[in-house]
Ligand binder design. Structure first.
Ligand SMILES: *[C@@H]1O[C@H](CO)[C@@H](O)[C@H](O)[C@H]1NC(C)=O
Ligand SMILES: *[C@@H]1O[C@H](CO)[C@@H](O)[C@H](O)[C@H]1NC(C)=O
Length: 200
């Protein structure tokens, strides 16, 4: 990732945010925030056939984020969820690789996916930093690259043999979370100077 200008800085921001966003075990989400999550998910699922409304609402409500009051905050939560997902999938792939349940062809695909996911994690961190610095175009390009990585992982399995990828669910989760993040970044970038603030 030598080309990336954000990495060390973004890692720092990321850890800062992780501590801000997940401070307690309080699962109270304020009604205005719920409204904003609802309307955001409605808009994103209307725009992309790949985004399922219920998946979006359920996902965005999962992280208790008492400091999140606006669309920008929801965007950060979406990217954080994507990052957690990708990180978890890395361990899933590592378990699969050591399970000896897969034939050599599938093992090769799994190794490719492991690399793709490692890159995806770096991209997510970069997207996160770009978003914080209001470099929305860059953030969106990073999110697109993450989405492409999940498709490439899928295709590795299905191209040669008509096998269903053992990572179908994981790929779909990360694809949707990235698509949701992409959609929110787009929305924020249209009105960067007047972010909706629902805390009254
Ligand atoms: C959000 O949407 C769900 C389902 O669409 C609905 O049941 C709920 O009342 C909505 N919440 C708010 C605060 O609008
Ligand atoms: C990935 O995210 C989805 C949606 O938020 C969630 O349902 C799923 O449990 C997550 N999976 C992992 C392995 O973190």
């Amino acid at each position: 990732m030598g080309h990336c200008p954000f990495s060390s800085l973004s890692l720092c921001c990321l850890f800062l945010l992780l501590t801000i966003v997940t401070p307690t075990h309080c699962y109270l989400i304020s009604p205005p925030l719920l409204d904003l999550i609802n309307s955001t998910c409605k808009e994103c699922s209307d725009k992309s056939t790949d985004i399922n409304y219920n998946f979006c609402v359920t996902s965005l409500q999962a992280i208790p984020a008492s400091h999140v009051t606006n669309l920008q905050g929801i965007g950060l939560v979406a990217m954080e969820l994507a990052l957690k997902n990708a990180t978890n999938t890395i361990s899933t792939i590592e378990k699969m690789l050591s399970s000896k349940e897969f034939e050599p062809f599938a093992m090769d695909c799994l190794r490719d996916c492991l690399e793709l996911y490692a890159d995806a994690i770096a991209m997510l961190v970069d997207a996160f930093a770009a978003f914080l610095y209001k470099q929305f175009d860059a953030a969106n390009i990073f999110m697109r690259t993450v989405m492409d990585a999940t498709s490439t992982c899928d295709e590795g399995f299905t191209e040669k043999k008509r096998e269903l990828t053992p990572l179908a669910k994981e790929n779909n989760n990360l694809f949707q979370l990235s698509d949701i993040s992409w959609c929110i970044i787009k929305q924020v970038s249209f009105v960067p100077s007047q972010l909706p603030n629902v805390s009254s």
